[in-house]
Design a protein around this ligand. Structure first.
Ligand code: PA5
Length: 451
């Protein structure tokens, strides 16, 4: 089976191959401490061998549940935020026909998302669409108490109950949450929802291969077996027994760390397939929350190319030299479309006639990599054979393990996210949440002072 490859040659304008290899021991130690569970945050390492631990029986059960629900619905609404929605969103977008909403021959339910923002217009518009559709809800929250999905779920639950009746709506709601704790667990027990557990030792952003990703994706008709298989193959390809030179996750972690120490504080993940836009959003959460702490960490950004060459391209080429770029390069597209000959050739495009659009895209990619490298933006290229479940599984596990190594190279805990609490405390105080009375007084006097 084909596998992901990495090319770091275009970083050697700033770092050398020798320097990368000199990091070998440090990287191996980081990888070893992930596996030995001796590093920071080691109680959140359940994801590391998860792909090889997912049993067929587990997948059978998820597929059976999905099959029953799929028969009843046109739309599956996934309610969650952060790690509780980005993995399934990234995979669903990457694997979907972007115009499926306009096709009547679609046999799979459409997958929609809620509770990943507090947009009133977004949720109002969603309800209007759901008025006309048969739908089910997968509500996902590890803590079971996150405000955004809790608000969306309350609204959607009410809507579904009104539409389907209280009893039938219970068959159309699946909850994925902590085994014992949290409001969502309590509600699920009381209402009798079908539930799945997010293991204690797996944080949100590493949870795509738990029921968090597998259940909604199975309901939406994606091949979760291939996804797991791809991840499992990458688990084997990036283990502690693999040579540093052969271990693509070790190489990626090493070179991006070196670039960071040379002042490259921003990593841009660039795709030449717009279907991968949300893959970059998932990756941004993974790396941003894992590395960005203790005043350290590479800032993860994403661009869609060639689209953004006509906007952000200028900055990347000539702006402040604090950027390096990682290109997701897809070898083969899923379809073929050729540029036709035109007798009049008024647009002067006949030099491209007979070529596939993807040939033009590939030359744009190569031209961009060379231009950016010449402009002082080191480039890492990750080659993906094609966009399917198997290779997405490989890619996501690759990024997860490389992220764990990267966190340890930076000497931070890659598995916590203390910084996300700050806005929550302020929001709760401003909204007079019970238990936040003192904070409410303080924050309100602060606002008055400013006025
Ligand atoms: O990575 C994380 O842990 C977070 O981003 C969470 O995924 C996010 O905050 C949602 O949390 P929860 O699943 O508890 O609702």
């Amino acid at each position: 089976m084909e596998k992901l490859k990495i090319n770091i040659d275009n970083t050697f304008n700033l770092v050398s191959r020798d320097e990368v290899y000199r990091l070998k021991d440090k990287v191996q130690r980081s990888l070893q401490s992930l596996y030995n569970r001796t590093g920071k945050g080691n109680d959140f390492l359940g994801w590391i061998d998860l792909p090889s631990k997912i049993t067929n029986a587990r997948l059978d059960e998820i597929e059976a549940t999905a099959k029953v629900i799929r028969k009843k619905i046109d739309v599956i609404v996934v309610v969650g935020i952060g790690g509780s929605y980005l993995g399934s969103k990234a995979i669903a977008e990457a694997l979907s026909d972007q115009f499926a909403l306009f096709r009547s021959d679609n046999t799979n339910p459409h997958i929609l998302f809620a509770g990943h923002n507090l947009g009133e217009d977004y949720h109002s518009a969603l309800l209007k669409i759901l008025d006309t559709k048969r739908y089910a809800i997968v509500v996902i929250s590890k803590s079971g108490t996150t405000t955004e999905p809790a608000v969306a779920f309350r609204i959607l639950k009410r809507h579904l109950e009104k539409k389907e009746g209280k009893e039938e709506s219970k068959n159309l709601i699946v909850a994925i949450t902590d085994e014992k704790q949290g409001a969502l667990r309590r509600m699920s027990v009381k209402e009798g929802y079908k539930t799945y557990v997010i293991p204690d030792n797996i944080g949100g952003r590493y949870s795509v291969l738990t029921p968090v990703g597998l259940v909604p994706l199975a309901i939406a008709g994606f091949d979760i077996r291939q996804l797991v298989k791809g991840a499992e193959s990458m688990q084997l390809l990036t283990g502690t027994d693999i040579d540093f030179n052969e271990n693509i996750a070790a190489l990626y972690a090493a070179v991006r760390y070196l670039l960071y120490t040379r002042g490259k504080k921003i990593e841009i993940l660039a795709n030449f397939e717009s279907k991968l836009h949300y893959l970059a959003e998932w990756w941004k959460q993974l790396y941003g929350e894992s590395e960005g702490k203790e005043n350290r960490g590479i800032f993860p950004a994403g661009i869609d190319l060639t689209t953004d060459l006509h906007s952000m391209g200028q900055y990347v080429q000539e702006g402040e030299r604090i950027i390096f770029e990682t290109v997701l390069s897809v070898c083969r597209t899923g379809s073929e479309l050729k540029i036709p000959v035109d007798d009049e050739n008024l647009d002067g495009l006949n030099y491209l006639a007979g070529k596939r659009i993807d040939e033009v895209n590939k030359m744009a990619e190569l031209g961009t990599i060379l231009a950016h490298t010449d402009g002082g933006v080191p480039n890492i290229r990750i080659e993906i054979p094609r966009i399917n479940e198997y290779h997405l599984g490989q890619l996501m596990y690759f990024f997860e393990i490389a992220c764990g190594i990267s966190g340890y190279l930076l000497e931070v805990n890659p598995f916590d996210q203390p910084g996300v609490e700050a806005y929550k405390r302020n929001m709760f105080a401003l909204l007079d949440k019970p238990g936040f009375e003192n904070e409410s007084k303080k924050i309100k006097s602060r606002i008055q002072l400013r006025v």
